[in-house]
Design a protein around this ligand. Structure first.
Ligand SMILES: Nc1ncnc2c1ncn2[C@@H]1O[C@H](COP(=O)(O)OP(=O)(O)OP(=O)(O)O)[C@@H](O)[C@H]1O
Length: 670
């Protein structure tokens, strides 16, 4: 099936042709057959790099009105925005700042690219453009199963579809175990395919021997890359992440040696690599180890690598920035969520332009932007979780492996899982033979339910528990378990919200009542903070108003001690220092040191508050990164969240009439 035979304008056909897209890939053809260009609801569950973006474009370009493209991650949204904006004659808007107000400015676009949080927020704030939509495309719909974002995604999609029954829904998923359940939920045709533009072979490496699933084997020379002192890769970690140094044992080469050998081998053959490890620290360590391996030289990219290093230096002068620049100069990079977005962008584009031989990354890279490589090496398949070391989900490992193979450039992609003699069988069974997990709804989580119940009441969509259940009827959860399964949980959420002062039962007649949001509940929902955050901020503002000496530190303590601010890891060495800081500043804090149930959590909040307070006091990113051992990207994201939470605090202060000038002071100085 040819692109030019599709109902697209000539300029769009030409646009695709210029990019080498003339014939549809088989999954794309199946999506067209399923009616994606004719307004049909379609779920496509297909492998990485099999051309989902074109399926999205076909739906959006042929829809009978404006379209919305919902994307889980901001970096991805930006990438898609650029792809869509390049289409001739298409006006595209983007809305990804998770927390800022929703714009009516988005009305009038042919396509809006937004995160699900942003769409949820737009709905709560009554943005009219969401009712005008003819088509919604949800990318990475398997993230329904993600703890925080999943419930938002399913409630938002259910709400959009409920408000607009003619809305065409197209959902794009990685290959998961239950795509038919997702299709069933959306009453959509299912396109399921294993087809990939480049064949992928997956193997398990033990020592230097790789056994691939196509029956071939490959040997790499581990001795050639092994350090004389053999010390690299012992898994010293930071940032709250713990490692066990990989799967190596004392007698043989460890998993880092094997990884280094696999990378060097692919690069010697002219290919680029992605190497996945479990923690940020491990990513940096591995990159620094590989920086000594002469990869830039092997790939013949010394000059381009030096230019990429200069680009990284231009972003900032932090220690991690310098480490990154040093690695880049040697043709290697690291990539993790603690890096600033500017640094991540330098790494991604340098890799795409073949100016970097290898990126050492945490698994977040696999869920993010498009960076195909000849070989993917997954060094760690286990990581620390609450209950100790646990295996990473198969879906996640498949996402990493799926990055292997660049269409048109590589004969095939290779994914190699590093194991040892003890883990070989299990690694093979889980990740080579194993199927990815089923997607499961997380909506029953009490915190998620409280948030969405409050939103349903505050927006006026529901005024009784049974109307709330009607709102949830269109969710994946309800489809899977029956809406009745939520009835008890919704009743509990309503009680919690009443107790928290977010919702009231307004008695109408005998035995009948209506649920209404209190002013605090309404503001909390509109400001897009969780009910617990709204409650904590209101209590914090009241306490701050009673303090004789409320300062910007007070304001930061209030907003940092909420579930909407990220935790900041507190190392043992720092703990005593932060404890002393909290004691010395007790007069400026709204919480007495004897009060918190979760004292550690509170101390972490005090650390975040202290960092933010020093930030507005003029400390530089470089100083704070060094002083508090925080990633520059972590600082950026906390500053951004602080802006949002302080603005919510101002709005809640307005609503309750509790004025704390320190909040506005902190916000304006931020
Ligand atoms: N029909 C086609 N013919 C030629 N190239 C294509 C075709 N469809 C897509 N491509 C190219 O294949 C590459 C991968 O496509 P795309 O980014 O859509 O994959 P994807 O399925 O979205 O992957 P991911 O899982 O990373 O989101 C892109 O470079 C795209 O231009």
């Amino acid at each position: 099936m040819r692109v030019r035979d599709l109902p697209l304008s000539q300029s769009v056909v030409d646009h695709f042709a210029e990019r080498g897209v003339r014939e549809l890939y088989p999954p794309q053809r199946a999506a067209v057959d399923a009616g994606v260009c004719d307004g049909a609801d379609v779920v496509a569950a297909v492998p990485t790099a099999s051309g989902k973006t074109l399926v999205a474009q076909l739906a959006l370009l042929t829809a009978d009105g404006p379209g919305l493209y919902v994307c889980p991650l901001r970096a991805l949204a930006r990438e898609k925005y650029e792809t869509f904006a390049a289409l001739p004659g298409v006006d595209v808007g983007i809305s990804t700042g998770d927390f800022d107000a929703t714009g009516e400015a988005l009305a009038g676009n042919d396509v809006v690219v937004a995160t699900s949080e942003k769409v949820d927020s737009a709905i709560r704030n009554g943005a009219s453009w969401v009712d005008e939509l003819a088509c919604v495309v949800v990318d990475e719909v398997h993230l329904l199963g993600a703890k925080r974002r999943g419930p938002t995604l399913e409630v938002t999609l259910a709400t959009l579809r409920r408000r607009n029954p003619d809305l065409q829904t197209v959902a794009l998923s990685a290959t998961v175990d239950n795509p038919e359940a997702i299709a069933d939920w959306l009453d959509a045709a299912l396109v399921e395919s294993e087809w990939r533009p480049v064949d992928l072979r997956t193997g398990v490496a033990v020592g230097g021997e790789v056994s691939f699933d196509d029956g071939t084997t490959h040997a790499v020379d581990v001795a050639a890359v092994t350090d004389s002192d053999g010390e690299v890769g012992d898994g010293e970690v930071s940032d709250g992440e713990v490692g066990d140094g990989g799967a190596g044992d004392e007698s043989g080469p460890d998993s880092t040696d094997v990884t280094a050998a696999l990378v060097a081998d692919a690069v010697a053959d002219g290919g680029q690599c992605l190497a996945f490890v479990r923690s940020r620290r491990e990513a940096v360590d591995l990159a620094e180890r590989l920086a000594d391996a002469g990869l830039a030289d092997a790939l013949g990219i010394e000059d381009a690598a030096a230019a990429a290093a200069d680009d990284a230096t231009d972003v900032d002068g932090t220690l991690p920035g310098q480490q990154l620049a040093d690695c880049l100069r040697a043709g290697v990079a690291f990539h993790h969520a603690g890096l600033r977005s500017g640094h991540r962008a330098v790494v991604e584009s340098a890799f795409r332009e073949r100016n970097v031989a290898c990126i050492c990354a945490t698994p977040t890279l696999a869920a993010g932007v498009n960076v195909p490589a000849r070989r993917v090496v997954v060094r760690d398949q286990r990581r620390y979780s609450e209950g100790g070391m646990s295996w990473i989900p198969t879906l996640e490992v498949h996402q990493m492996c799926g990055r292997a193979g660049r269409p048109g450039l590589d004969p095939h992609g290779e994914a190699v899982l590093v194991a040892d003699a003890d883990t070989r069988a299990e690694v093979h069974e889980r990740y080579v033979e194993g199927e990815p997990e089923a997607v499961e709804s997380q909506l029953a989580d009490p915190g998620a339910l409280r948030t969405h119940v409050l939103a349903a009441v505050a927006t006026g969509f529901a005024a009784t528990e049974s109307e709330i259940l009607d709102v949830f009827e269109g969710t994946f959860y309800a489809r899977e378990t029956g809406a009745g399964g939520l009835a008890d949980a919704v009743a509990v959420a309503v009680d919690d919200l009443v107790a928290a002062g977010m919702v009231e039962r307004e008695t109408g007649g005998v035995e009948s009542y209506r649920l209404v949001a209190t002013p605090v509940g309404a503001t909390t929902s509109k400001q897009y903070v969780r009910p617990e955050t709204g409650e904590r901020i209101v209590a914090g503002l009241r306490a701050a108003a009673d303090l004789p000496d409320a300062t910007t530190l007070t304001a930061f303590e209030v907003i940092c001690d909420t579930p909407d601010m990220q935790d900041t890891y507190l190392g043992n060495a720092e703990r005593a220092d932060i404890y002393r800081f909290a004691r010395n500043n007790a007069a400026h804090l709204t919480t007495d040191m004897t009060e918190p149930d979760d004292f550690e959590g509170w101390l972490e909040s005090v650390k975040t508050a202290r960092i933010l307070n020093e930030w507005i006091g003029g400390a530089t990113v470089e100083e704070l990164v060094e002083r508090y051992r925080i990633g520059p990207g972590d600082l950026d994201s906390r500053v951004e969240r602080a802006e949002w939470l302080l603005s919510a605090a101002e709005a809640l202060g307005e609503t309750t009439g509790v004025r704390v000038p320190a909040v506005s002071r902190a916000r304006s100085r931020l």
